[in-house]
Design a protein around this ligand. Structure first.
Ligand SMILES: *Cc1c(COP(=O)(O)O)cnc(C)c1O
Ligand SMILES: [Zn+2]
Length: 557
């Protein structure tokens, strides 16, 4: 698969690397992935029939070079359900629900997380920061757990506690920020810069936007299966598309990526019509809707969102507004807003009429659908797909105990612009220690290193280093002066016994605690050799993650 990033400001093309955020020519952060669509238009039709119906079905159109099958959770391929009762009630018989609740963590954010984490893992990234209104952090946490990536999740204190606990359950560090979502993003960004960590940048993160395209591809294939092919052109039967695609938005990345997906299908000649896109916001936080209705080029910011639907509380959409506005105008689509009450009512309607229990944010899209049909914008014979974006399943409160989150409180009456940077830094120093314990993991197998890394990431503040043999280990240990070494015994170059001998022969390293983790059945002589040299001995395949953590915490504290 080959693709390139094209800067939307200056047109410069450059290869993709996740940590290289800016265009090398003009420094813009707004770039788009471009694929060889001419070739794909010929190869894909031959290959698709043999592929499973999941997100990776379209891997040539995603910005991951070699998707790692070991981190998948079965993302994508969500069902398209016909909403017969709704259709009858609304006099619009062709309404379909794209049921994104059926993703691995129960929202469409799974697509973003699956593709982003795959791209980050491929780039060797092991720690990252997200700012989230809930679902992004949940989805990324699940995939981060599988990929061995430590996740710092910054959320507003208004995010429902059940969602925060779900994030913590996956082993991510929750940082609860008392302040608006825009403040959450500022705190996360300061933290990422301070610790030099990769940060998810919403619509500027290439894999996130690109992952959303798969919704468009799937819908086209599914609608075609339901309603039959569209026109036949040049002996080729075209995929069908709906007349409307409706989605609730916060930052607006979802429909932006979906629109790109439809336009790529058109460019490849698979479809001949792109659906109109309807983006729905809640009235208490609808900067894009009001700005679009006023015909503004730039979105007016909502400083204080007034909605109970925290998932949708992005007050400052930034440039995503300009891009989405263009996509919506190009397709003769619409922006619309609905009140929280209308959304709650829609929640009841779709649960009771269609058996679909959605979270309030997803219900916003349905309330928008009702409104657009009533207003005559969506016509009775239009085919409509509504994205049912999410459904949450909360972990019970008692499962997590008490200290699963850390808190940052922004002073109440200071507006965002007045909170000085020093204030954010001071707040951050309360929630994370100045100095993290430094641990070197020495093991020759990738899976074993990943397992230990993940165990340590999931509970505690560690800076981790990895070595794949004894020689590399000694180099890293001498350079980093760690607080703890996790040591495998059987390794090429220099084995664990050899490493221990070297460490103990040197005054600078002789007192660094060592935990041996080995698959080796030790002989009596070998046991003798380790005596007094190490803090503890763990048999691989014979410890659980919590037991391992207990050992680590008794050695360093
Ligand atoms: C994130 C989210 C949205 C909003 O999507 P954006 O792409 O950020 O605009 C809507 N519904 C649910 C359930 C979400 O998790
Ligand atoms: Zn540029």
């Amino acid at each position: 698969m080959s693709f390139i990033l094209r800067c939307i400001d200056c047109g410069h093309k450059a290869p993709y690397f996740p940590t290289a955020i800016n265009c090398p020519q003009c420094n813009s952060q707004w770039r788009e992935a471009e694929y060889d669509l001419a070739t794909l238009s010929k190869t894909l039709p031959l290959q698709l029939p043999d592929r499973p119906f999941d997100l990776w079905r379209y891997h040539e159109l995603l910005p991951v070079r070699n998707p790692d099958p070991s981190i998948t959770l079965g993302e994508g391929g969500s069902p398209l359900i016909k909403a017969t009762n709704l259709g009858l009630m609304l006099g619009c018989p062709n309404i379909f629900i794209k049921d994104e609740r059926q993703g691995p963590t129960a929202s469409f954010k799974d697509r973003q997380a699956a593709v982003s984490i795959a791209a980050l893992k491929e780039a060797g990234i092991t720690e990252m920061v997200v700012a989230s209104t809930g679902n992004v952090a949940i989805a990324y946490s699940a995939y981060a757990a599988r990929a061995g990536i430590k996740l710092w999740a910054f959320v507003t204190s208004l995010v429902p506690a059940v969602k925060m606990r779900e994030i913590a359950l996956y082993g991510s560090q929750v940082i609860k920020v008392t302040g608006s979502y825009d403040n959450v993003k500022r705190a996360a960004s300061e933290f990422a810069q301070q610790r030099n960590l990769y940060q998810n940048m919403g619509a500027r993160s290439i894999p996130s936007v690109e992952s959303m395209k798969t919704i468009a591809y799937e819908i086209s294939e599914q609608i075609t299966a339901f309603l039959g092919a569209d026109a036949i052109e040049n002996n080729k039967s075209l995929w069908r598309t709906p007349d409307w695609y409706v989605q609730a938005i916060s930052g607006g990345m979802g429909p932006l990526g979906v629109a790109k997906g439809f336009s790529e299908l058109k460019e490849m000649g698979f479809i001949n019509k792109e659906p109109a896109i309807a983006a729905i916001q809640t009235a208490g936080c609808s900067p894009m809707v009001t700005s679009w209705k006023k015909g503004l080029e730039t979105a007016e910011i909502v400083e204080e969102p007034r909605t109970h639907i925290e998932t949708l509380a992005t007050g400052d959409p930034g440039r995503t507004y300009n891009l989405l506005r263009k996509a919506i105008d190009n397709t003769d689509g619409a922006f619309e807003s609905v009140t929280d009450e209308e959304a709650f009512r829609a929640m009841h309607v779709i649960a009771k009429m269609e058996g679909v229990s959605a979270e309030p944010a997803a219900a916003v899209a349905f309330a928008g659908l009702f409104k657009l049909i009533r207003a005559g914008v969506i016509k009775p014979d239009d085919t409509v797909v509504v994205n049912c974006t999410g459904h949450t399943m909360p972990p019970e409160k008692f499962v997590l105990g008490d200290d699963w989150a850390r808190n940052i409180v922004f002073p109440e009456n200071e507006t965002e612009k007045e909170t000085p940077k020093e204030g954010i830094l001071a707040a951050l120093s309360h929630v994370v220690p100045e100095r993290f314990s430094r641990v070197v993991i020495v093991d020759d197998t990738t899976e074993a290193r990943l397992l230990i890394r993940r165990i340590l990431q999931s509970q505690g503040d560690f800076t981790l280093f990895e070595a794949k043999n004894g020689k590399e280990a000694l180099r890293i240990i001498r350079r980093e002066n760690p607080d703890l070494i996790i040591l495998d015994l059987m390794m090429p170059e220099l084995d664990g016994f050899g490493v221990l001998d070297e460490l103990k022969a040197n005054a600078e390293t002789e007192n660094i605690p060592v935990i041996v983790s080995t698959a080796k059945e030790l002989t009596k002589a070998e046991r003798e050799r380790l005596k007094g040299q190490i803090q503890s001995l763990l048999q691989k395949g014979d410890f659980m993650s919590d037991e391992f953590l207990d050992e680590v915490h008794t050695v360093i504290n």
